[in-house]
Every structure is written in C-alpha cells, then in structure tokens.
Design a protein around this ligand. Structure first.
Ligand code: 5RP
Length: 220
C-alpha cells in the first residue's frame, strides 16, 4: 500500500465545485493534485494557486486552471504535505524548499489540510532539521544568530552550490532538537534580520489526513 497515495487522494473529498484551492508541494500532495487533474478533466470547476514553480508546472501539465493573488484575496482550501506533524498538530515544513509560499497560501486559506503518511507523526518536533529561508546577503551573520538561539544551521546545497528557493533565497537546515516551544521559536527566528520565514507552522492545520497503525485513514 502506498500511504502517500492513499492520504493524498483522500484530501480531494474536501474540494468542491467553484473552490479556489491552494496546491502544496511534495511527493504526497502530488497524489492530491494528480487526482484533482483527473476530476477537472471530468468537469470539476476549480482554480488552483500553486505553492512552488514545480507545482505550477505540474498543474499546467494536468490542465488545472491557475490564479494568483492579483485575482483573488482568499483561498477556500489549501492542501499540502509536511515533514513532521506533532501531537499538537504543529508542523515542520520546507523539506522541499517551498516553505515561504506554502505558509503564505496556508495562512490565506479558510481551511488548511495536511496530508502526511504515518512516518511523519512525532510526539515533539525537531528530529527533522527545521528549514529556515534566509536572504543570501549576510548569511554568515544570520547563521551566527541562529547558533546563538541554540540551532545548528547547515546551508542547503544542490549540485555543489547553495540551493536557491523559488524566491531566490537560501535555506539553512537547523538541527534544534527537541522543539519544546514551537510558537516561541517560530517568532524568535523570524525576529532575526535576514530570516524571511521558517518552516514551523504552529496552530495552522485544520485537519491532518494520515494513517493509523492498522493502516486505515485517520483524520485528526
Ligand atoms: C515542501 C514541503 C513538503 O510539504 C514536505 O517536504 C513534505 O514532502 P513529501 O510529501 O514529499 O514528504 O514542505 O517544502
């Protein structure tokens, strides 16, 4: 059984005709978007708003009509994956580097649904290094301030160069384990000059679609 496919496809049940849908990024929500593409071909009328260039390309291939924030000011539902989901339903996101657009879209959505296989469920966040999006200018100083906060930042690399987000920024993957007070950490990190945003999504998820030990769909 492919858990990512099961939970990803389950989320389309929340999408209704006429909705503006935030389309997440990653290998789990890929199944949501693919299913939505099938439904659009069968007549479902939705408009998508993508969280990354990768998702924009996928939606275009599947024929899902897209809109941007110049055309809308609210999103009915956003569906996205996560790297970790805590017992309090807080999240670490950004493993795929799209955390900034993902957070903007999740915040603008009336309902934010997370699709996550059971391996993403943890008691406390922090085993997965927290992605932090930073502007390239002064990254050395930004790194120093994160170290002072107790994180161990590592500049994300791709093909031997710093990884660049869709916004032209760097990602620092920060080992901060365990994250006891995610709300405080999210705020403290975002006070550091040079940090654009971080991958903590605290109190944002309305539903988590996952699987239980019996490999049945579990909605939290
Ligand atoms: C991308 C993300 C993804 O939602 C997260 O990395 C989960 O991805 P996957 O479903 O491939 O495990 O935050 O920035």
């Amino acid at each position: 059984m492919n858990q990512k496919k099961e939970v990803g496809e389950k989320a389309v049940e929340y999408v209704k005709d006429g909705m503006v849908v935030g389309l997440g990024t990653g290998s789990t929500v890929f199944f949501t978007i693919s299913k939505l593409g099938e439904l659009v071909k069968q007549g479902l009328s939705i408009k998508g708003i993508p969280t990354s260039i990768q998702t924009e390309q996928l939606a275009n291939q599947l024929g899902i009509p897209l809109v941007s924030f110049t055309e809308i000011n609210q999103i009915d539902i956003a569906i996205d994956g996560a790297d970790e989901v805590s017992a309090d339903l807080d999240l670490i996101k950004g493993g795929g580097g799209a955390l900034l657009r993902e957070k903007i879209i999740a915040k603008a959505a009336k309902t934010f649904i997370v699709v996550a296989d059971s391996h993403k469920l943890v008691n406390k966040l922090g085993s997965f290094p927290l992605p932090v999006e930073v502007v390239p200018f002064g990254v050395e100083m930004t790194t120093k301030y994160i170290l002072e906060l107790g994180g161990a930042p590592k500049l994300r690399q791709k093909n031997g160069s710093p990884y660049l987000t869709d916004n032209g920024n760097y990602i620092l993957d920060c080992h901060i384990q365990p994250i006891i007070h995610p709300e405080e950490l999210e705020r403290d990190l975002n006070m550091i000059p040079g940090i654009v945003d971080n991958g903590l999504f605290v109190g944002m998820a309305d539903y988590i679609i996952t699987m239980n030990e019996d490999k049945e769909i579990d909605i939290k």
